[in-house]
Design a protein around this ligand. Structure first.
Ligand code: CA
Length: 303
């Protein structure tokens, strides 16, 4: 299943696009080491050297591999102000507004944001010893993760009133989004966990692969037309993941946004919201001054 694609362009071969889109790695990180052609574009899996707590699954045989992902560029439809002090960790669209969670110790919040002005219209603080992470909507509740605190918070969406906080979640919290009757959670590895939305027990897991190789550093999440979109930490890519198989079906190149030009270690692309009713896709980043509505444009190989 492909996300919204309103027009196509024929330019460089897909493998060249991905190669050109791979930015110089941040110091200490080999973000993308190489491109390996299997007859199509291949975005090599991100380095997993620091994912020691997570066993890296073996790449399946060629026969088991999914088709190479479809590559998209984006066209900016609109640009809106964004609180450039917001260390964005979660973003979603609900009831005519953006809801956002932010991180950093002592500064973590959940907030309601006016799209047009970027004004924070409601805000709740997360305890200062906790580092806020991903945010998802479950019916009338917002559910927010913390990074290493093992605490999951629950808020009333209408006014952000705290409902409850549960300790003991045994994994790192990164991204969160609703998928069917579960909440899908990332932890910075290639694993997505599908959680019971009430007690947060793990119902199932899936390992995310791109052309048969594990893809780690999955961060903020959003369900878009049946695919789980995920920011890939410290890259300018969003990937679209099949929630059943874990196969990356789409790779979205966002290098033409102004946010990545900030070139600071923390100010990375993070934050995806999908307005399903009006089919609008919003993206932003940590500490970015702008939030964008973007349209996906499929990149067609000229080969
Ligand atoms: Ca999201």
């Amino acid at each position: 299943m492909r996300p919204v694609s309103l027009k196509r362009s024929t330019t460089a071969p897909a493998h060249r696009l991905v190669a050109s889109a791979v930015r110089k790695p941040y110091k200490g990180f080999m973000i993308v080491r190489s491109l390996i052609g299997l007859g199509a574009a291949f975005l090599a899996p991100l380095a997993q050297a620091d994912q020691s707590s997570h066993a890296v699954p073996q790449a399946p045989s060629v026969q088991e591999q999914a088709p190479a992902p479809t590559i998209y560029d984006v066209e900016i439809v609109a640009r809106f102000p964004h609180d450039e002090s917001a260390f964005t960790q979660g973003l979603l669209w609900h009831d005519g507004a953006l809801f956002e969670s932010t991180g950093q110790f002592g500064a973590s919040t959940v907030r309601k944001v006016d799209l047009a002005t970027g004004e924070v219209t409601k805000r709740r603080a997360i305890p200062s010893d906790q580092f806020g992470e991903g945010l998802a909507l479950w019916n009338d509740d917002l559910v927010s993760l913390t990074w290493k605190n093992g605490v999951i918070h629950r808020w009333r969406a209408s006014d952000l009133a705290p409902i409850r906080s549960d300790a003991g979640y045994p994994f790192q919290g990164w991204g969160l989004t609703r998928f069917e009757d579960t909440l899908a959670a990332s932890d910075g590895s290639d694993t997505l966990r599908f959680l019971d939305p009430q007690d947060y027990s793990v119902q199932r897991t899936v390992s995310v692969t791109i052309n048969g190789r594990p893809l780690a550093r999955l961060n903020e999440l959003e369900l878009v037309d049946g695919l789980i979109f995920a920011n890939v930490w410290k890259t300018d890519f969003i990937v679209g993941i099949d929630p059943q198989t874990g196969h990356v079906k789409t790779v979205i190149n966002l290098r033409n946004l102004e946010g990545p030009a900030l070139h600071t270690h923390d100010a990375v692309l993070n934050g995806i919201a999908w307005d399903a009713e009006d089919r609008r896709l919003f993206v932003t980043g940590k500490l970015w001054p702008w939030l964008y509505e973007v349209k996906l444009i499929e990149r067609i190989s000229s080969q």
